[in-house]
Design a protein around this ligand. Structure first.
Ligand SMILES: [Mn+2]
Length: 331
């Protein structure tokens, strides 16, 4: 658990802030958006202004969250001044500067206090204050501790944002860090107005027909290697075109690679032609460390869930290389 001093420090910084910016990572997930919204609402209750900026759009399945419509997609003309003039910048749910993509320049040029709140391994050194808990299930969990320590009342909107953060980052309460403590936090959030049935429905059952068709193509692409221990899902640019979808629409697909009996590692390899990018998402079961695997190619993440983006290299060659290298995971 994150140490008490770090939480106290975060509370002190938050109380001193009057004008803040919250930055979260590109292709934001439920934890990125949920924890950012919860922190913003908490800051607002302390009369601190907060602007959430991301160099991406908010995914459709998270747009229902209260105040999500006010999350701003980065534009240098509009936001560089805000980033320069604020007193505190909170970086949530990422620990490598490349994850803020083009916001980085304005971030680096700002003299604001910089506070990192995150739960990923191997953080880069780019903030003045780091509140990091490698054992936390989600950034939302850390934000919950901070809000509690601040003595701020958790209203329905904050409860829903934190619930979605924890729901999505624990894979609906089934990943490794789903402790009894997490369930106690969730119980409290339910008491504060978060409705599990309603939130699950809004997060997971609002896919377009096109996305479900893309999932069908992706499932049909599954290939097994190394005695079925490795399962590989492939999404090509052609599949996106056929279903009129794009790489924002593949949230959760990688989890399906682990459905097969005997599979220990699942890899989703996605061709993102518009950015000359090959996006690799990796999941594993048990004691197979996929974070180190991703790290070797310039990516990162968690022990059982990691990813990497490879730019400017041929899709087929990259896929072959990744499958070949993945063999080492089973030694
Ligand atoms: Mn997270």
């Amino acid at each position: 658990m994150v140490n008490i001093e770090a939480i106290d420090l975060a509370c002190e910084v938050i109380r001193q802030s009057k004008k803040s910016v919250i930055i979260t990572h590109i292709n934001p997930d439920g934890d990125a958006i949920g924890s950012s919204l919860a922190l913003k609402l908490a800051l607002n209750k302390l009369n601190c202004d907060a602007t959430i900026i991301v160099d991406s759009e908010v995914p459709h399945f998270l747009q229902f969250l209260y105040d999500a419509k006010n999350i701003e997609t980065y534009s240098s003309i509009i936001h560089d001044k805000i980033i320069r003039d604020c007193d505190t910048i909170f970086c949530l749910d990422f620990n490598a500067t490349k994850r803020m993509r083009s916001i980085l320049n304005a971030f680096s040029n700002s003299n604001a206090r910089k506070v990192l709140i995150d739960h990923h391994l191997e953080p880069q050194d780019f903030c003045n204050i780091c509140i990091i808990d490698y054992e936390a299930s989600s950034t939302g969990e850390i934000i919950w501790r901070i809000i509690n320590k601040l003595g701020i009342e958790i209203d329905k909107h904050i409860a829903e944002a934190l619930y979605v953060a924890i729901l999505t980052d624990t894979g609906s309460f089934r990943f490794e860090r789903t402790t009894s403590e997490i369930h106690r936090i969730i119980a409290e959030l339910i008491d504060c107005g978060a409705n599990p049935t309603e939130l699950y429905e809004k997060v997971y059952n609002q896919n377009s027909y096109n996305i479900v068709r893309l999932l069908g193509l992706a499932l049909a692409s599954l290939e097994l290697f190394y005695d079925n221990k490795l399962s590989v899902m492939t999404i090509t640019d052609e599949m996106f075109q056929k279903t009129n979808t794009n790489d924002d629409d593949i949230e959760g697909f990688v989890e399906k690679t682990l459905m097969i009996k005997g599979t220990k590692v699942g890899i989703l390899i996605t061709e993102v032609a518009r950015r000359s990018e090959v996006r690799i998402s990796i999941r594993s079961k048990g004691d197979i460390n996929v974070r180190d695997f991703a790290f070797r190619f310039g990516g990162g993440g968690h022990f059982n869930a990691a990813g990497v983006r490879i730019y400017g290299s041929d899709f087929i060659t990259t896929k072959k290389m990744i499958i070949n290298e993945a063999q080492n995971l089973f030694h």
